[in-house]
Design a protein around this ligand. Structure first.
Ligand code: ZN
Length: 536
């Protein structure tokens, strides 16, 4: 079946080519783009025609670092985010409500709070949650997913006791007497989130767990996304994606970054590589340090705000180097979460050691986030050919916290313009559910770099609209080894595209987040339509 798309403005993102007024789709791929008459001439008789009334067609957007399964899982959690839960009593109300419809045997779960945005300016505590949910385990996850709060029953069920010392790679919040106040940071938080997610996915069975990732996919499709790197692929989530894929219900092409401690399972099950046109497991994920918003990113110097300290580094350089060497030798692209300058330095040391004697960076090893990749580090990353997957959308959502934690140096965080000028491939991403997966927010923020309070962080680092859109198309495609298939609208490429009501390159950047996504098409098939843009 052939489809001609015409009467639209095309932003192909291709480096060359003449004016494009129409596009021909055949067998899920783009067969032709160009002037309307040339495209019609290339079509077989009887091809269907979709006239888009002057809408804008862009390549399907790509989120290079998204916790897709978590998005689906948390979509079902009580909404404790701003502005819908402005204070702790609102969080309590949400949790009380959630307790009413959470199945027995699962924890009452909320998500999305940011302590410094709450009216009280602090984390909720176990006592706060005990008031709302007294008799069964309850947890509320911080929006960063680097912290959470448990009620007393949950602390007991998780095996945490007041006398317990802080575990390696993490910390417990404590009250004035040293008792646990219910807040967990980093290590124990990750372990708990993974435990709950695995537990809940496990009780669901294949069909229901597939629905979790399908729900996430529908959310992403509504944002114009046709591909995403799953930044936290594990055995359970892989099963959910594989089931959804087998049922033809993946809305995006999912490129798995498989958590390093899951590789034995992956290799044992012979699942490494490309599983289908929509599911692949070609990369491995390692965490080198903590997060920006919890001030646990490993930095030189120390934070001027709680919890103070210099952040958490999970691996010494030599250990990390051997891990990278091993995964590289087994054919994986390595993607390392590194936020603070001390962590980024360690990661670059590891990459430099492994890539010594190699021409460039053929596996396209990546740094995830790279927040405090200051100028000398960026120069090193550029020389090594390291790809960076980063999150412009953090500016408007978490930027004020960065300003507080980094002071004068906040202007140098996420230095997209300098990074691009240095020659680094910078892939746009959301890190959802840390923030919304909506790439319109990231595109706008890459252009404006404005915080929620209106501060512009590093005005010299703002990028033009076209560069901002490249982050989520051509650059992100390269970051997942797919630039030959997606990222531009060109003959031979997969028919992955989004239809927008306005052209993001031609409007006031302030309005980019108001652009309506009219339709999202993956492999020639609509996965989202706000109106019926494409006839059945
Ligand atoms: Zn992440």
């Amino acid at each position: 079946m052939e489809l001609i798309v015409e009467d639209a403005e095309f932003v192909t993102m291709a480096a060359d080519g003449g004016p494009v007024r129409a596009m021909l789709i055949r067998d899920g791929r783009i067969a032709s783009v160009g002037p309307a008459d040339a495209v019609r001439a290339a079509a077989a008789p009887g091809a269907r025609v979709a006239r888009l009334d002057g809408a804008t067609v862009i390549p399907g957007l790509i989120d290079a670092h998204c916790h897709v399964c978590d998005v689906g899982y948390l979509a079902a959690a009580a909404d404790c985010s701003q502005p819908s839960a402005p204070d702790i009593s609102a969080i309590q109300a949400r949790m009380r409500e959630a307790a009413g419809h959470t199945p027995e045997g699962s924890w009452v779960t909320g998500g999305g709070y940011v302590e410094y945005k709450l009216r009280e300016g602090r984390h909720p505590t176990r006592a706060d949650l005990d008031q709302a949910v007294p008799n069964r385990p309850a947890v509320v996850y911080h929006t960063s997913l680097h912290a959470c709060v448990l009620n007393t029953t949950a602390l007991r069920e998780a095996g945490f006791a007041d006398q317990q010392p802080d575990p390696p790679g993490g910390a417990f919040g404590r009250d004035g007497e040293g008792r646990l106040n219910g807040v967990l940071f980093e290590g124990p938080m990750f372990a708990l989130f993974e435990r709950n997610l695995r537990h809940d996915l496990g009780r669901m069975g294949a069909a229901e767990s597939a629905r979790v990732v399908e729900a996430a996919g529908q959310r992403l499709a509504a944002f114009g996304l046709t591909a995403a790197c799953e930044a936290d692929m594990r055995r359970d989530s892989f099963g959910a994606f594989a089931e959804a894929d087998a049922n033809g219900r993946l809305s995006q092409r999912i490129y798995g970054l498989v958590v390093h401690d899951q590789l034995d399972w992956l290799l044992g099950a012979e699942l490494q590589g490309r599983r289908s046109g929509r599911l692949a497991a070609e990369a491995v994920k390692i965490w080198a340090d903590g997060g920006m918003s919890t001030r646990t990113a490993a930095i030189h110097g120390s934070y001027p705000v709680p919890p103070y300290g210099s952040g958490i580094l999970y691996f010494e350089r030599d250990v990390l180097t051997e891990m990278v060497r091993d995964f590289d030798a087994r054919g994986f692209q390595v993607c390392i979460h590194a936020q603070g300058d001390r962590a980024i330095e360690t990661v670059l040391d590891a990459y430099a050691a492994v890539l010594a004697g190699t021409q460039g960076n053929p596996r396209r090893h990546r740094i995830e986030h790279g927040g405090a990749m200051y100028q000398p580090l960026a120069a090193r990353a550029a020389a090594l050919g390291i790809v960076v997957a980063s999150q412009p959308g953090f500016f408007s959502t978490l930027g004020d916290g960065f300003a507080e934690a980094f002071g004068d140096r906040a202007d140098e965080l996420y230095a997209f313009r300098s990074w691009r000028q240095a020659g680094i491939t910078v892939a746009g991403s959301s890190d959802a559910p840390v923030i919304t997966a909506d790439p319109r927010l990231g595109i706008r923020d890459a252009i404006l770099r404005r915080t929620g309070d209106g501060l512009v962080l590093g005005p010299a680092q703002r990028v033009p609209a076209r560069d901002a859109l490249e982050l989520y198309t051509t650059q992100a495609a390269f970051a997942m080894h797919r630039e030959g298939e997606i990222g531009t609208l060109a003959p031979g490429k997969l028919a992955d595209f989004a239809v927008l009501d306005r052209n993001p390159l031609r409007i006031d950047p302030e309005q980019i987040t108001d652009i309506r996504v009219l339709a999202t098409v993956t492999g020639g098939a609509p996965v989202y339509q706000s109106d019926s843009v494409f006839p059945d």
